[in-house]
Design a protein around this ligand. Structure first.
Ligand code: IPE
Ligand code: IPE
Ligand code: MG
Length: 245
């Protein structure tokens, strides 16, 4: 556990992105079903949202279902969608009390209609909340997001709402799902894999990466603080030189 003084001296990242990996391995390692792992993982997310906000993190973006996850066995995909329906329904009820603003990033149109409706209800009912800004990546892929953004830009150019000369990095940011959200300062991936699996390819350009062997359902407040400590040990240079002053 970090002491109050230790916490006081930590620079808290404004935006933390998390690849919540390892639900399946966590469960099978305990002789349980992968479904049980996903269910437990969704509870971990709720706890970590509370912890993040109490530490002063303003934005959190979590990878919940990738554009590639559809290739899993139908039974698993079906269960994940079932869990998602529950999570969205529950969040609609609780979001006022929790004061969390929830936005979904990803190819939402590729989800079932009732899920799309729940997402819209949740996004609008939580839009004036002033606590944690939580982005949930659903049917999300970084490459897919970039292609969708290019198509939107092309559409606006065709309709004379935009000129090709005006396309630059800042404008491109506005066409991404993450729009007005600052880029992540810190990325955490659980479960021992050192890869980004198509997550936030554009936005992670200068993010610090923290990998931990633990599986997501076991991730705790203390692990989050460890990740923040690691972030504090880094000097972000953005292509510049080490400041030796
Ligand atoms: C992460 O856990 C959740 C999703 C990808 C939906 P996994 O389901 O990938 O768990 P492992 O990596 O197979 O253990
Ligand atoms: C990344 O995990 C996606 C989510 C956590 C939702 P995966 O388990 O799908 O990634 P790979 O297949 O190990 O790269
Ligand atoms: Mg995995």
């Amino acid at each position: 556990m970090a002491t109050k003084d230790e916490l006081k001296n930590l620079k808290i990242p404004k935006h933390v992105a998390i690849i919540m990996d390892g639900n399946g391995r966590w469960a099978t390692g305990k002789g349980k079903s992968r479904q049980y792992g996903h269910k437990t993982g969704s509870k971990t997310l709720e706890t970590i949202c509370d912890d993040a906000y109490s530490l002063g993190i303003q934005y959190m973006t979590v990878y919940a279902f990738s554009t590639e996850n559809w290739i899993r066995p139908a039974k698993e995909v079906h269960y994940l969608m079932h869990l998602l329906r529950h999570y969205l329904k529950d969040s609609i009820k609780k979001s006022k009390k929790d004061n969390i603003r929830i936005r979904v990033i990803g190819n939402v149109q590729g989800l079932d209609n009732d899920i799309i409706e729940k997402i819209q209800t949740l996004e609008s009912s939580s839009s004036t909340n002033t606590g944690l800004n939580l982005q949930i990546a659903l049917n999300y892929g970084g490459r897919n997001e970039i292609i969708r953004s290019i198509k939107k830009i092309y559409h606006d150019i065709e309709n004379n709402q935009l000129h090709i000369e005006d396309v630059n990095e800042e404008l491109f940011n506005h066409y991404l799902d993450t729009q007005d959200i600052p880029d992540p300062d810190l990325l955490i991936r659980t479960s021992g894999e050192w890869r980004i699996s198509n997550f936030l390819l554009w936005q992670l350009a200068y993010t610090e990466f923290y990998f931990i062997d633990k599986h997501w359902p076991d991730f705790t407040h203390t692990d989050l603080i460890q990740a923040i400590k690691y972030y504090n040990s880094k000097h972000r240079r953005y292509g510049g030189l080490v400041n030796e002053a």
